[in-house]
Write a protein that binds this ligand. Structure first.
Ligand SMILES: C[S@@+](CC[C@H](N)C(=O)[O-])C[C@H]1O[C@@H](n2cnc3c(N)ncnc32)[C@H](O)[C@@H]1O
Length: 277
């Protein structure tokens, strides 16, 4: 059983490393999520698991990755909150066509906390569709990162169930996916080649160095698990990673309240996008 004291130790340990904050009413959720780790390691108590994490040897590093897999919530789907992709299509591309055509490297887009890949692949599909519609070539690269190795592996495989595809039209399914023997959908190489997946912990200050000069950052449905302090740290870093005038797209329920971190809110039907001032 997880005691309150160990819960607090584990909570603080997880928070320091990931930004994810388990409030006291989430004690049972934490217990549920970590019990498999104890079983797998042959440990008999949560106290032992805490000490294993905190004072372990080299093996602890691997266990940290398992811990990240266990404590993250990875719910996602293609075209999740479609108004945000409508807004992305409208303003980002308008801005790029008006101002950015001379950019040597094309559009740089980052899906920070990409989970199993539905978000970055949706971005690629939106851009491919747009290029076809405009009859223009817009060079672009998509960087997709997450803290959970398990979801990154699944994203690289790129095979999805009917449930993940619930927001996808038949036309898009036909164009960008192949049907597997098991009746799942596999993303085509023509889309996959635009997305680069990597491990990146949003709480790791150093890691942001690799993600500079972004035109747009999607950071959706992850900051809801963070407390204010961690959220602020991430937003300040994301701000630095954007080009001047670049756009930040947060989750549907995540607005920047009192503190806007230098971002200018832009209103669109059903959504708000933030622009670096
Ligand atoms: C609910 S999913 C959101 C996926 C996608 N952005 C969306 O909106 O559909 C949240 C993701 O954030 C990731 N995550 C949590 N803490 C993180 C951190 N500190 N650094 C990077 N990713 C993190 C989780 O592993 C998970 O895949």
């Amino acid at each position: 059983m997880l005691t309150k004291e160990t819960f607090i130790q584990l909570r603080d340990f997880i928070y320091e490393r990931t930004g994810i904050y388990f409030t006291e009413n989430k004690m049972y959720l934490m217990e549920n999520r970590l019990v498999n780790r104890l079983n797998e390691l042959g440990l008999s108590s949560f106290e032992d698991y805490y000490f294993y994490l905190k004072y372990g040897n080299e093996k602890t590093k691997t266990e940290l990755l398992n811990l990240y897999d266990a404590v993250t919530t990875n719910e996602t789907s293609f075209f999740r909150n479609p108004q945000q992709f409508d807004a992305f299509r409208t303003i980002v591309i308008k801005d790029y066509l008006e101002n950015g055509q001379n950019t040597t490297f094309g559009l740089r887009i980052w899906s920070a906390a990409c989970s199993t890949g539905e978000e970055p692949y949706t971005i690629a599909i939106v851009l491919l569709e747009l290029m076809e519609y405009l009859k223009k070539n817009i060079p672009f690269s998509i960087y997709a990162t997450d803290i959970s190795p398990r979801v990154l592996e699944s994203a690289k495989t790129g095979i999805y169930s009917e449930y993940s595809m619930r927001g996808v039209s038949d036309n898009i399914k036909k164009k960008y996916f192949t049907l597997t023997k098991e009746k799942n959908y596999k993303i085509k190489e023509d889309v996959k080649k635009f997305v680069r997946f990597d491990f990146m912990n949003l709480m790791d200050q150093e890691a942001y160095r690799l993600y500079r000069n972004m035109d747009t950052i999607f950071c959706r449905n992850v900051l809801i698990y963070f407390d204010e302090k961690a959220k602020r740290k991430v937003l300040e870093n994301l701000y630095e990673c954007l080009k001047p005038g670049g756009f930040l797209i947060l989750g549907y329920a995540e607005t920047l309240h009192q503190q806007r971190y230098g971002f200018r809110p832009l209103l669109f039907p059903g959504t708000i996008i933030y622009q670096k001032g």
